[in-house]
Design a protein around this ligand. Structure first.
Ligand code: UDP
Length: 527
């Protein structure tokens, strides 16, 4: 076991290749990623680091031990394939931050931190600044002195890390430019001022597409950490906003051709560059690394999913998942299952934590549904290899909570979606899918479903689920049109990461632009 703040790191891999021939090893770009533990932030950040390494950069991923555990197998596989990437893991100082020992690594369920400990967890992670800096200054070859910090926007303390190292800092967003710009404009133009009712519709001001009016409520798009009136959260929200405003640019997991006006709009509003690099899930070509993205304890193997899907007709299966955080309430989960059953379509349904959070009555109801749909419906009671499933030709639609990664993964697979947002940017992602891209059918949820003081038991009835699934999976003209649009978007998304594509060019630009200067490459060791 390491002592507090001392990192375990992997042995250095072989000296990296030089993808574009413009930098020597000593002048190579070296990106230090400081991701967040949440899967929706962590998975795309690691994929981005691996893509940058593929294009000739050195990459260090610096994370708490419990976070590193989630992606170790992915990074190990990348290193084994010769990529110059390392995972530096740091133990948290539980005592100094007031975080109960091991609270970040609960042995049950999917290792989420109890919301009551979230603030002390962020404090504990921020205390890693000095240990990370010491580690980086020790530069184990070929990992030269860092040239750029790429930080999840939830780690605002990385402003101090980057400034102490004397290098630029980019924010990493796995979000659409559309949602980021909407949030930014709602805040900078004080759109909610004087609006008492948090469910009153408000037009998002200052959007580049004048003919499209985007209407939201404060409840749907309150801004980051603005929905809970707890002073500590609001303060952290302010700190995050300052750090975002002061960043040297943004790396965004989206596709430029899909939303050029919103990318340009955000660049203009902030006055810095946005490098769009998505869809970063396309880093994974091989089924093995793709299937193990984000979890070392999947509830079902990729091979079993593929076998099951192989027995189904093209485009016939609907995939249902609410991502890594949202959880349907006990009555809602049964209602959803009954809706899927009634739809008549084959389905793979991921029920997160199914054996841990629901009581025996609900578990029994789920077992009964499962028995009735045997052969037609597959229940996954935990982590599923999502991208592998979505990429299979038998899948024809996705009932999603509209997390941005899931939305972009659906787009990349050319799939129409049933949208069922729960919180944060998900309502805006729903608007993106339904109103901007025209590939979605909404189940009609109007209010955030997670973190409610009194959670509602059933929001979406089985009939609505059935109808939405039939509408997305059916063969009417509208359904065909949605499918055509989804396939065209998938073509754009795949073209973006190929040579000559916008994301490919942006990755090369990052590697070139953040190549080290001679003085950085030889910066002295030791703090
Ligand atoms: N994911 C997965 N298997 C699961 C649940 C989630 O692979 O069973 C992945 C999914 O592919 C996506 C990420 O976890 O990359 C979830 O991110 P998203 O933004 O969609 O939602 P969040 O979990 O942040 O709400």
């Amino acid at each position: 076991m390491t002592s507090q703040g001392q990192a375990h790191a992997q042995a250095a891999p072989l000296a990296p290749g030089d993808a574009n021939g413009t930098t020597t090893a000593a002048h190579q770009a070296h990106f230090v990623f400081v991701p967040l533990n949440e899967h929706g932030h962590l998975i795309p950040a690691v994929d981005t680091a691996l893509l940058l390494a593929t294009h000739g950069a050195l990459c260090t991923i610096a994370a708490p031990v419990s976070t590193a555990k989630r992606v170790r197998h992915t990074v190990d596989a990348a290193r084994a394939s010769g990529l110059p990437v390392r995972l530096a893991e740091f133990p948290l100082d539980y005592a100094a931050s007031g975080l109960p020992e091991g609270a970040d690594d609960a042995a049950t369920g999917d290792h989420r931190i109890d919301p009551a400990h979230m603030m002390s967890y962020y404090r504990a992670v921020s205390l890693l600044r000095a240990p990370i800096e010491r580690y980086l200054r020790a530069h184990a070859p070929p990992f030269t002195f860092p040239t750029c910090v790429v930080s999840d926007f939830f780690n605002p303390w990385t402003t101090e890390l980057a400034s102490s190292l004397g290098v630029p800092r980019l924010s990493f967003f796995s979000m659409s430019a559309f949602s980021v710009l909407c949030h930014h404009n709602l805040e900078r133009f004080h759109a909610y001022d004087g609006v008492e009712d948090s469910n009153a519709p408000v037009v998002v001001p200052g959007l580049p597409e004048k003919e499209r009016k985007v209407v939201v409520t404060r409840a749907q798009a309150p801004g980051f950490l603005r929905s809970v009136p707890i002073p500590e959260w609001l303060e952290l929200g302010d700190y995050i906003e300052r750090a975002r405003a002061e960043a040297d640019g943004v790396i965004m997991n989206t596709v430029l051709e899909m939303e050029p006006e919103y990318v340009a709009g955000y660049e203009e509003a902030r006055g810095f560059k946005v490098w769009t690099v998505g869809p970063v899930s396309l880093y994974h070509h091989g089924a093995t690394t793709q299937a193990s993205r984000g979890s070392d304890t999947p509830a079902i193997g990729a091979a079993e999913c593929l076998r099951w899907l192989d027995g189904k007709g093209p485009g016939s299966v609907v995939y249902v998942s609410f991502g890594s955080i949202a959880q349907a309430g006990p009555k809602q989960v049964v209602e959803l299952g009954l809706g899927l059953e009634a739809s008549g379509h084959p389905f793979i349904w991921v029920v997160r934590n199914a054996d841990d959070v629901y009581d025996e009555a609900v578990r029994g109801a789920l077992r009964e549904i499962e028995e009735r749909v045997e052969g037609r419906g597959l229940l996954v009671r935990g982590w599923a290899p999502q991208v592998t499933i979505l990429s299979h030709a038998a899948v024809g639609g996705f009932v999603t909570h509209c997390g941005w990664n899931s939305t972009l993964e659906a787009i990349t697979a050319g799939l129409p979606v049933v949208t069922w947002p729960h919180f944060t940017d998900q309502f805006l992602n729903e608007k993106m899918a339904v109103e901007v891209l025209g590939i979605g059918v909404s189940v009609g949820v109007k209010e955030p479903l997670t973190y409610q003081a009194v959670p509602k038991e059933i929001v979406v009835g089985r009939d609505v689920v059935e109808e939405a699934v039939r509408s997305v999976m059916g063969d009417g003209e509208e359904a065909e049109e949605r499918r055509r649009r989804a396939r065209a978007l998938a073509d754009k998304a795949k073209a973006a990461v190929r040579e000559g594509g916008s994301s490919h060019a942006n990755l090369l630009d990052l590697v070139k632009r953040f190549a080290s200067t001679a003085s950085q490459a030889s910066a002295p060791s030791g703090t």
